[in-house]
Ligand binder design. Structure first.
Ligand code: ATP
Length: 281
């Protein structure tokens, strides 16, 4: 397994005068091709942690944050790191920078000096990947929220990053927009091996992850496979999180000795079934 991100005992505060750390003793790894969910309530430190992934924040000690083989201490190798990590943010409207979809996807490529022929190849490839190839000349502000986020994703993947980070990227979308974005990202993860880090406050979004990292008050309170994390109900409640609705129903039925169809699945069983579905898509 290739390790893309490794964090060891990271502690951080924005202001030295502050009494509390924003991040406390964080250790984690992200391997190539994985789908990781970082979940926690507002202010638990998720976005701050993500800033260490893409080098917006860097540690002052060596061997604490390594991204794509580079130690980011004191901003060493920061441009190489930023090229490898693409981020899609919450508000689709803030991410559209041009007057057509084509120019929007071209924006980042122009900034890094990609030649015209290669640029057109990458724009077409990226828009096909997010199923927006028929919208080349459309004005971004006329698109739906889900379509805007897919164009934002196209702009990122056109830069060929190793890791795609979604920072609450579906929280402003309706259920259809959310589904569109997740289907797109799932395909990119499966077909193109793009590593995905989904930052969310909603456990519902974590069900298909390889690993879930639960944040609470700047600390990692649990990390593991979905089946392992969903079992630790008290830690989830402590972190202000609710089990995915499908699991709540399943658990309630099982507690009453009832079954769905002929098979009554455990939480782990349900996750396995969903995982199988994911690998068949
Ligand atoms: N630039 C900053 N300067 C000072 N404090 C900050 C800054 N950004 C975040 N914080 C503080 O750090 C803590 C963690 O914030 P962070 O945005 O990382 O949490 P989060 O889990 O991503 O929250 P949310 O879900 O609301 O985005 C909060 O107390 C926040 O006020």
């Amino acid at each position: 397994m290739t390790e893309l991100i490794s964090i060891k005992n990271l502690t951080f505060k924005y202001d030295e005068e502050e009494s509390n750390n924003v991040l406390n003793d964080i250790s984690l790894t992200v391997n190539k091709g994985e789908w990781i969910s970082i979940v926690g309530h507002n202010g638990s430190g998720k976005s701050t942690l993500a800033k260490f992934f893409n080098g917006l924040l860097t540690p002052s000690e060596p061997n604490v944050v390594k991204v794509c083989g580079f130690d980011t201490v004191f901003e060493d190798h920061i441009w190489e790191v930023r090229k490898q990590i693409g981020m899609v943010f919450q508000n689709p409207d803030n991410q559209m920078v041009a007057t057509t979809v084509r120019d929007d996807v071209a924006f980042g490529l122009e900034n890094i000096g990609i030649d015209r022929e290669e640029m057109l190849t990458r724009i077409n490839w990226a828009l096909q990947k997010v199923k927006m190839e028929n919208y080349l000349n459309h004005e971004p502000h006329r698109l739906s929220g889900g379509q805007k986020q897919r164009v934002a994703i196209a702009g990122i993947i056109a830069m060929r990053p190793s890791v795609l980070i979604l920072d609450e990227s579906t929280s402003m979308l309706d259920p259809m927009g959310r589904k569109e974005v997740f289907e797109t990202v799932m395909q990119l993860n499966k077909d193109d091996g793009i590593t995905v880090i989904n930052i969310t406050h909603d456990l519902e979004e974590t069900i298909l992850s390889d690993k879930i990292i639960v944040m609470n008050k700047g600390r990692i309170s649990i990390q593991g496979k979905p089946g392992e994390v969903y079992k630790v109900n008290d830690k989830l409640t402590e972190a202000g999180l609710e089990l995915p609705f499908s699991l709540q129903i399943q658990t309630n039925l099982a507690n009453q000795g009832l079954e769905i169809g002929s098979v009554c699945l455990t939480k782990e069983g349900l996750v396995n079934e969903l995982w199988k579905l994911k690998s068949q898509t």
